[in-house]
Each structure stands twice: as C-alpha cells, then as structure tokens.
Ligand binder design. Structure first.
Ligand SMILES: [Zn+2]
Length: 266
C-alpha cells in the first residue's frame, strides 16, 4: 500500500515535470523563432495578454483593443449560452451545408447576411471573389474547392459578388502594377474575361460597374465548372452552383437561369 501510495503520488509530479519541460522547450522555440524574425528586420509583435488584462486599453492601439474586447463580448454573450452546441461542433467533423466564395471586402460578411451559425458555411474570400481559370491555377481556391467537394461532400457552391466591389472597379480602371504587382496580376486575369469591364464610351459608369460585378460572378461560375473536382459532380447533377450579388445595404440578388438575370431575393 505504501509503495502504491508513493507511485500514485509520484505520477502527477512526474507528468507535471514533463509538461513543464515541454512547455519550456516550446517557449524556447518561440523565442528563438522571434529572435530570427527580428534579425531579418520583421517587427516586434505586441505582448500577448488575455482578455482579462483588457482593463488597461492603453496596452493596445484602439483598433486592436476593440477586437479583443469584442471577443470578450462574444464569449460572454454567445459562448456562455452555446456550450453544448460548440462542444458538438468541436468533437465532430465539420459538415457544412454549402460553400461560399466571396469577396474579401469588409462589408460583405457571409455568415451575417445568411444568418449562418458556426459549421454552416465553408467560406473562402479573396479580392473580387475570383475563381481563377482551372488551367491558370490558384492553389488557394483550388484546394478549398477540392476539400469542400471531395472531403466534406458539399453539394452547393455559391459565388457571391457585391455591388461597389473595388476589385471589379479595378478591372475597369486598371491597377498600378508598380505599387500593387500581386493585385494587378490577380485582377488582370479576371479583367481579361469581363466583357463589360472593357466596354468603352459608356455614359453611366455606375451602371457599367454594376453590370461588371454581375458579369464577374458569372465568369467565376464558368471557371468553376472547369475544375476536375467539380466537373463530374456537375455532370451527374449532384453539384449545384449559385450566383449571388449583395448590394451592401442588406439586399441580395440571386441569378435566375430562366430569366438570365439577377433577381431580388425577397
Ligand atoms: Zn469586392
């Protein structure tokens, strides 16, 4: 009994020492990595603080303080009342009902405008909600598509553009290649396809921009059909692609194949 008691009492202490050693090693790794970053001139990051430390907002710039305070609100108002739901999500594989390809624009929040909960939507966002032509390849969009269709068995993909899209405006006006070479390359691929963006002498530039946004959504849908992971599912009728345009004011327009137009979702 005595020996057993000793063994029992040693175990936690032993485990605790191992955990401490692991933690120390990990911290050393982080410090070494941080120092390497500083050596090549990368900026020093803010010290980490927990939400409980947020009493002193002077620790952070106002923009970051607002985000961390927002997370504290999220924990208080959502997490506290959703513990079972979140536990179910965390302990099972995700099984979203749809994939949404949207613009990175901060005013277009897919989960908000569709009243979706965590786990409902598989989302990828980029400038101008592009799906590059399969032959030109975008590892980011391509991998998300392959994973959603092949591993998660998602069978509805929404390409969601929005009026007032700066990325589509850049298709019409062009991008400063010197200042933003990556953006220029990204946009020019899509711009080359967008017939509306190239119309010249259009009096109503605002209307042209709106039509270019709609054309851009249809172009991306056409590209999507060329991906090897999507094509067989489309041919068998298992996969449906949807085209949407959000107007930034709360209204959504859904592409209707029969009318060949975006119609107001009421
Ligand atoms: Zn946009």
């Amino acid at each position: 009994m005595r020996a057993g008691a000793t063994i029992e009492s040693d175990r936690p202490s032993c485990a605790s020492n191992q955990a401490t050693r692991r933690s120390t090693t990990r911290r050393d790794d982080w410090i070494a990595r941080r120092d390497r970053c500083h050596d090549v001139g990368l900026p020093r990051l803010e010290p980490s603080r927990t939400a409980g430390d947020l009493g002193g907002s002077a620790l952070y710039p106002a923009e970051v303080h607002k985000l961390l305070a927002g997370h504290a609100t999220f924990r208080r108002e959502f997490v506290a009342g959703s513990k079972e739901f979140l536990e179910r999500l965390a302990s099972a594989h995700q099984s979203p009902a749809a994939m949404l390809i949207g613009c990175a624009d901060s005013r277009v929040v897919p989960e908000l405008l569709t009243s979706s909960a965590p786990g409902d939507l598989f989302v990828i966002r980029n400038v101008a909600n592009l799906v590059p032509h399969a032959e030109h390849g975008s590892r980011s969009v391509g991998s998300a598509l392959e994973y959603a269709l092949g591993a998660l068995h998602v069978r509805h993909v929404v390409v969601c553009g929005h009026y007032g899209c700066g990325g589509v405006k850049a298709m019409i006006d062009g991008v400063d290649r010197q200042a933003m070479p990556n953006l220029a390359q990204w946009i020019e691929q899509a711009a080359a396809q967008n017939a509306v963006a190239h119309e010249e002498g259009v009096a109503d530039r605002e209307a042209q921009w709106q039509r270019a946004v709609e054309e851009n959504v249809l172009d991306q849908i056409a590209h999507l059909t060329g991906y090897p992971c999507a094509r067989p599912l489309l041919e068998s009728g298992e996969l449906t692609i949807h085209g949407w345009v959000y107007d930034l004011r709360g209204d959504l327009f859904v592409y209707d194949d029969d009318r060949a137009a975006f119609v107001h979702n009421t």
